[in-house]
Write a protein that binds this ligand. Structure first.
Ligand code: NDP
Length: 252
């Protein structure tokens, strides 16, 4: 019986980190990747100390060559990649007058291009084995809300929805499922940033409007990622699951 392998981008902190731990606890060998080497390495070590299987590799998701060579290395070393969690993302606050082509491209390159690159790299091996699951992080800002001073982020996260749908149809015949997760307000470095996002006070205020009465924890999203990768989700593809405590369907 082989140990299933999951590759996660941006796995050093936040949702990626929680997902790495959740996948490891579900019996996966976790390939953690991130630009944050210390955090990624530490998370891998924690998983190993818990008795799990994990290893860390540096990966900037903008880098096509490194993405391709890392996928090849993992497949050579472990024989397969069963699931990919394309999680790495940035959310920089930039008002429209300051949104240069460079800033626009930077966010699109990571938040949308990064998902595309890792999915493209992992697809041939999954296709060969006739099975696989790709999960990408969108956002409520990509499926429902507009976000002022973050139009590049909203555009990228909406782009993830289109990417998920297109890939799901293209890869379904090869036994590969492709889904997305659109988190609401989740307590991580990204959302806690005063400069770029809601910050601590903003998150506290947001909790008042969330039907389930609290902002999300990274683990709330991680468990959905594990579900989507699992056989329990075998008939789900092309979907983006909102994980927001009821925010979008609430009255406010
Ligand atoms: P965090 O900022 O906590 O973690 C994201 C990780 O991705 C960090 O380690 C970050 O490094 C890394 N990263 C950034 N750029 C790159 C890159 N070029 N290559 C590889 N890794 C990179 O974010 P969250 O855990 O909050 O978010 C995870 C995903 O979920 C993101 O795609 C985010 O947009 C999405 N999301 C989050 C929500 C929230 O409320 N937190 C809501 C909706 C969606 P560094 O810190 O150096 O940037």
């Amino acid at each position: 019986m082989h140990i299933p392998v999951v590759l996660i981008t941006g796995a050093g902190i936040g949702i990626g980190r929680a997902s790495a731990v959740a996948f490891a606890r579900s019996g996966y060998r976790v390939i953690l990747t991130d630009v944050l080497e210390g955090e990624g390495q530490r998370t891998a070590e924690e998983i190993i100390q818990e008795g799990g299987h994990a290893e860390f590799h540096y990966l900037d998701v903008r880098d096509t060559e490194r993405t391709d060579s890392l996928v090849a290395l993992v497949e050579e070393r472990h024989g397969r990649i069963d699931a990919v969690l394309a999680n790495a993302g940035i959310a920089h606050k930039v008002p429209l007058p300051a949104l240069t082509d460079e800033k626009w491209n930077h966010t699109l390159d990571i938040d949308l291009g990064g998902v595309f690159r890792i999915a493209r790299a992992a697809a041939p091996g999954m296709r060969q084995r006739g099975s696989g699951s790709v999960i990408a992080l969108s956002s409520i800002m990509g499926v429902a809300y507009g976000w002022d001073e973050h139009v590049h982020y909203s555009a990228a996260k909406s782009g993830v929805v289109g990417l998920v749908r297109g890939l799901a149809v293209e890869l379904a015949k090869d036994g590969i499922r492709v889904n997305g997760i659109a988190p609401g307000y989740i307590c991580t470095a990204q959302a806690l940033s005063e400069e770029n996002s809601l910050g601590e006070a903003g998150l506290k205020d947001a909790a008042k409007f969330i039907p389930l009465g609290r902002t999300g924890e990274p683990e709330d999203v991680a468990d959905v990622a594990v579900f989507l990768a699992s056989d329990a989700a075998r008939y789900i593809t092309g979907q983006v699951i909102v994980v927001d405590g009821g925010l979008l369907v609430g009255r406010y």
